[in-house]
Write a protein that binds this ligand. Sequence first.
Ligand SMILES: Nc1ncnc2c1ncn2[C@@H]1O[C@H](COP(=O)(O)OP(=O)(O)OP(=O)(O)O)[C@@H](O)[C@H]1O
Length: 618
Amino acid sequence: MNTPQKGARAASSRANQDKKSFREQVGALKNLPKFFRLIWETSRSMTIGNLLLRLVKSAIPLAMLYVGKLIIDEVIGLIDVSGERDLSFLWMLVAAELGLAVLSDIINRGITLLDSLLGDLFSNRTSVQLIEHAARLDLAQFEDATFYDKLERARRQTITRVVLMSQVLSQLQDMVTIGFLAVGLIAFNPWLILILLVAVIPSFLGETHFNERTYSLSRSWTPERRELDYLRYIGASDETAKEIKTFNLSGFLASRFKELSDRYYALNKSLIVRRAVWGSALSSLGTLAYYGAYIFILFQTVAGAITVGTLTFLAGSFSNMRGLLQGIMTRFSQIAESALYLQDLFDFLELKPQITPPVNPLQIPRPIQEGFTFEDVGFKYHNSEKWAVRHLSFHLRAGEKLALVGENGAGKTTLVKLLARLYEPTEGRILLDGIDLREYDLNDLRHQVGIIFQDYVRFQMTASDNIAIGQISNISDRDRIQGSAQKSLADPVIQRLPDGYEQVLGKRFNKGVELSGGEWQKVALARAYMRDAQLLILDEPTSALDARAEHEVFLRFSELIAGKTAVLISHRFSTVRMADRILFLEQGQLKELGSHEELLAQNGKYAELFTLQAKGYL
Ligand SMILES: Nc1ncnc2c1ncn2[C@@H]1O[C@H](COP(=O)(O)OP(=O)(O)OP(=O)(O)O)[C@@H](O)[C@H]1O
């Protein structure tokens, strides 16, 4: 992790590099049609309803101003009448204005309602899309920090970008309203429109500039914000509370958080203050222009060139248009800014996985005949210069139980991830029944390989769901779930829970029950039995079990999966010796391969470590 100071410095210099020009901001508007296509696909009827309501709404201001003008002219006319006055036209006008006001209120409510319903649907739909797309991407992509930042920004978009929809629709609505009002103003004096533009353009440019700065700052701070989120999480989470207390870390975490967040606050504050100062100066300019035009209209009225009703109509139109134009321009830069953020969402959704199935994929042989062959396989993690494994050549026979042993970091987990095609070899190739693994259908391969990792996920869901995860299509098959739990020794653990198989596990949710490390492992192991896979991989999911339980688990495992191919990773040699053959890895290289007896006879590294551990047990 970077120090906060270094992080903040890096971020502010990145903010400058990242500075988006006005042109780029306008360019980002190209995302809007795509955005509206998504909204349209979310609900056609609501989108049409929304547009229609807004169209009607945009004609109302002009109509109200005009009725208002007629009312005033009528009143003035009536003042001059002596004797009996006929008020019927006046009442009609007042009724019309009242009707328009009520209609306007109802339409406003309707628009808010549709905006919020459509917004919710849109947000739900994009969240689902995000989850589905993330599942399509490669594991290696998730381990890349730049990718992670993109994911984080995209995730934010699904919730916050909903407002963009109402912004764009309001923008269109206001433009139509201005169109209506402009007709009235132009009829009187076209120069008034020009004054209006002079009044709002400076504010617009100011807004655009500051929006772009805000975007750059927020974007360049994504990694630091992620660090802040992380610090906030580890500083106040049930999972970390134990270590935070025993190591007395809260002061350390709080000061780290404070340093970083203060730096962001300072940068953000200076931007907000400058924005406020410039914003008020530029909008005062607009107010001046408005009063200039107002004085002009007043003189015209006094000179008798226009009626008092027309004065109120023009002054109202002018004031309305100024407000609308100002709104449109401010909103324009907000929309452009939102569209820039939207780019992150689309960028993420357009990311392509590197590991893809071939055009005409092969199905995995049923049953596998020969097994898997590693041919001089080497692999480097994308962010590392070091070979995690290299020059691996061996044959994993169909039906064989192979144990992988080696010290921490020797490359055992990497090897099994290559086998499951979670990663692609950097060099060499892996064959299945003599054909490159890349030729096979990826989904079929994933179905035929079951892996339980050492860092398996403790899903905060029911015990039943936690097991069904091994074969999610069987989530309703209680017999199969219970059968798997019996095989992995999880059944007695679950039977003891208050709600049995329906018990929510973990502490995150109400009524959740936490299990011990070993109990969790038994539940996770049941996932392997759920799956009807031809290759089963257990990557040390038994480390938290006591020696006797682990021995029993593996003994059952070998019996229960008889005939299937399996790869086991364990640091316990008493377990490892149960395998048909043992592959000893050292610094990513294959050092020894053979049965327990053969390796002991070789008297190499395996024999040395086995003897050491055996002595420890005695
Ligand atoms: N996601 C990753 N990015 C970069 N390097 C990694 C990554 N995962 C593992 N490595 C590196 O690759 C090497 C092999 O790691 P691997 O996890 O395969 O070891 P292992 O034998 O399974 O270790 P252990 O017994 O501790 O589980 C190590 O040097 C490790 O630092």
